[in-house]
Design a protein around this ligand. Structure first.
Ligand code: GDP
Length: 301
């Protein structure tokens, strides 16, 4: 995967970071700092973070008396990696040493929850772990079918009831099935929720309460699945979901689709939540743990 990430990220780089990187080939003067800040903002890094990154880099530039733009670029790279690494559990894969672990996938419709559930299940299974997927999106019939299709493709057991059934009950059954069969991990796919849909948010709260009754807090992962194209709305989404299902990380999907690499930095900075996995395509192999160094290297070339 890590070899792959470079190739895939290079398309993001061409679209966005080439502009950033090419700035570092000219003169370091007032225009340079203004252009850099503009490029960062237009790349979705966010106004506050762009300002603070530029001012931090300026500080390093002055303090270390840097003359060569390439040296400054390498300081910039380190600064970005440092920012990302400051957040605990950044890029940490799910720890499957205690069982069963329950991973609940939350996020708005179409963000990639079901796909990520399938990819994660497949990767755990490839490591010899026994996995169960819970079809707790009982709201849409197609969602259950989609998860079942992933189950067939990956050979992972899916626990489902009919459309409209209680997602809390599906979750409860899945956890019990995992305990009974010695499965290491349960992945709970939930219905897409928008902030206005209060009943769906309440339903998610209920799913989370069912899990909390059965499983120790440290064995619950609550992943916000976020489409990289979401941009600056991500903060609001995270706050809303965090209230009902306290988040332990972000899965950033569709990174292959975005021209704006900076969203990762904005998310890490604003939410102080670790990005645990990154999605780079629709295929079963297109998910990997988020690696800050590889990521920034891939981004800045
Ligand atoms: P859900 O409604 O949150 O469960 O979202 P889905 O899992 O159904 O995903 C919505 C669409 O996004 C599907 O067509 C997926 O194939 C696609 N998708 C999910 N993750 C990725 C990704 O990392 N890259 C790309 N290009 N597409 C993705």
């Amino acid at each position: 995967f890590l070899k792959d990430i470079k190739t895939k990220l290079s398309s993001v780089r061409e679209k966005w970071s080439d502009g950033v990187v090419s700035l570092f080939s000219g003169k370091i003067n007032d225009d340079f700092w203004i252009d850099l800040e503009e490029k960062l903002i237009s790349g979705d890094v966010g106004v506050d973070l762009s300002e603070s990154l530029v001012s931090e880099l300026k500080g390093i530039y002055r303090k270390e008396g840097i003359r060569e733009p390439e040296v400054l670029l390498s300081s910039f790279r380190s600064l970005l990696v440092e920012k990302l690494k400051k957040i605990p559990l950044m890029g940490a894969p799910v720890d499957l040493s205690s069982r069963p672990k329950v991973i609940v996938m939350v996020g708005v419709n179409g963000s990639g929850k079901t796909t990520t559930a399938g990819k994660l299940a497949s990767s755990f299974q490839a490591k010899g772990k026994k996995v169960i997927m819970a079809a707790a999106d009982t709201y849409r019939a197609a969602a259950v079918e989609q998860l079942q299709a992933w189950g067939e493709r990956t050979g992972v057991r899916v626990i489902a009831q009919q459309q409209g059934s209680d997602p809390g009950a599906v979750t409860f059954d899945s956890i019990n099935a995992a305990k009974a069969s010695g499965a290491e991990v349960v992945i709970v796919d939930t219905a897409g929720r928008l902030q206005s849909k209060h009943n769906l948010m309440e339903e998610l709260g209920k799913i989370y309460r069912v899990i909390s009754r059965e499983i120790e807090r440290e064995d619950i992962e609550s992943f916000l699945v976020l489409d990289a194209v979401t941009g600056q709305n991500a903060l609001r989404q995270a706050q809303v979901f965090d209230e009902v299902a306290p988040l332990t990380g972000i899965v950033l999907t569709k990174y292959d689709n975005t021209a704006k690499g900076g969203i990762v930095l904005a998310i890490a900075d604003q939410l102080a939540l670790p990005i645990r996995y990154i999605g780079l395509g629709e295929g079963v192999e297109d998910l990997g743990p988020f690696d800050p160094e590889e990521f920034v290297d891939g981004l800045l070339g």
